[in-house]
Design a protein around this ligand. Structure first.
Ligand SMILES: [Zn+2]
Length: 396
């Protein structure tokens, strides 16, 4: 028998950014939303489970555009990962998948892990073998020899090698190609500000992804590398620490998304060396944090498209901690409505899943959160979600 649930009497925040709808109803049939409205439902409710949500709020499940599902947010996640067996890395991923789902992130995108394990985990969720948030996966990141993330990615130098790297990741089943435009905080000996793969090297990888109908994402922190990635045709700048007026304008012109991941340096710097984080990581994080926040504020105000991502798996950056990122985005200037749109519709648009996810509309999958308080007035209510539905099924 098909599962039919009628939710009624709640305030609907549908993820589109439009004003909330009071006394709303929403009918779920099997995995999908089949009817949304407000006032009296007006039709027979025979054969339906009716859930009265008077005084409650409903919004779409959160969509996190930047996660490392196989990394644990230990003080030194990279140091431990290098020595872990494939079985251990896999089991960690299985556990982390549930953490996202049970804290309201119903969909995410993994942007890098070792040995293609993320691709197998994705398939295991989709086939129902394991429970967890659904996700898209990049497989191994593409980086220059010795470049950022070399320890879990694949090294490629020159336009032919980056082209081949992209082709091989697509062949392995990657949904998105992740490519490193600059150094980063977590890799020893590389600097966040310095460019790495060239524009030409990135462009050949981007071309291959586009031919396969897939998106591309670039870890890009320094200004020159960000510009190279945008000109290579990348779909999203991840982190975007050192943005200037020119790169912001280029992003607007080309429709490039920014996934700021403000929580990544925040948790590194607020925990520090005393918590066991290697000093080279803390020093770089302390240095970039102010530039990072300022760049985000400037880009957002100028009208750059923003999608929410956390970089979960970096030190103390827990899986399922997305509400922390929403709070930081608001602290840096966004309204709560804008932070929610970036975390639902915005991410869904970037991930190219907006036809099925990201807003609560008829015909889309029923990934939804029931909240005890109005998140537009108090984002902390996202840390204590009343109930969570994934594909029409109650998981919490
Ligand atoms: Zn990352």
């Amino acid at each position: 028998m098909t599962n039919k649930i009628l939710f009624k009497g709640f305030t609907l925040i549908d993820g589109s950014g439009e004003a909330p709808i009071e006394n709303a109803y929403l009918l779920v049939e099997d995995k999908k939303i089949v009817k949304v409205g407000n006032g009296e439902f007006g039709l027979s409710t025979e054969g339906m489970e009716v859930v009265d949500l008077r005084g409650k709020f409903m919004m779409p499940g959160l969509i996190n555009s930047h996660v490392h599902i196989t990394m644990d947010p230990d003080p030194d996640p990279v140091g431990s990962m290098i020595h872990d067996s494939e079985a251990k890395i896999t089991l960690r991923g299985v556990a982390n998948l549930k953490k996202h789902l049970y804290s309201g992130t119903t969909f995410f995108r993994d942007l890098g892990g070792p040995k293609g394990i993320d691709l197998d985990l994705r398939d295991a969720v989709n086939s129902g073998l394991i429970e967890g948030a659904q996700f898209l996966a990049s497989g191994k990141v593409v980086t220059m020899t010795g470049g950022h993330g070399w320890f879990f990615g694949r090294e490629a130098d020159g336009v032919d090698e980056t082209r081949k790297a992209a082709r091989e990741e697509l062949k392995a089943g990657a949904d998105v190609i992740k490519i490193m435009a600059t150094g980063g905080v977590m890799t020893k000996g590389v600097q966040p500000g310095s460019p790495q793969l060239s524009m030409e090297e990135m462009r050949s990888a981007v071309e291959e992804a586009q031919k396969a109908g897939k998106k591309t994402a670039s870890h890009a922190q320094g200004t020159v590398g960000i510009k190279n990635a945008i000109l290579a045709g990348i779909d999203s700048i991840e982190h975007g620490i050192f943005l200037d007026d020119e790169t912001i304008q280029l992003m607007i012109d080309k429709g490039t998304y920014l996934v700021p991941t403000l929580v990544a340096p925040y948790f590194i710097s607020s925990n520090g060396v005393a918590a066991g984080i290697p000093k080279f990581i803390v020093d770089k994080s302390d240095y970039v944090m102010k530039f990072h926040n300022d760049s985000f504020t400037k880009a957002y105000k100028a009208g750059v498209k923003i999608a929410m991502g956390t970089d979960s798996g970096t030190p103390f950056n827990i899986h399922g901690g997305a509400p922390h990122e929403l709070k930081l985005m608001v602290k840096c200037g966004m309204t709560p409505t804008e932070a929610i749109v970036a975390s639902t519709k915005g991410s869904a648009d970037l991930l190219d899943i907006l036809a099925d996810y990201g807003t609560l509309e008829e015909g889309k999958f029923a990934d939804l959160l029931v909240l005890n308080e109005n998140p537009l007035e108090n984002l902390d209510t996202l840390f204590d979600i009343g109930s969570i539905y994934k594909l029409g099924r109650k998981v919490k």
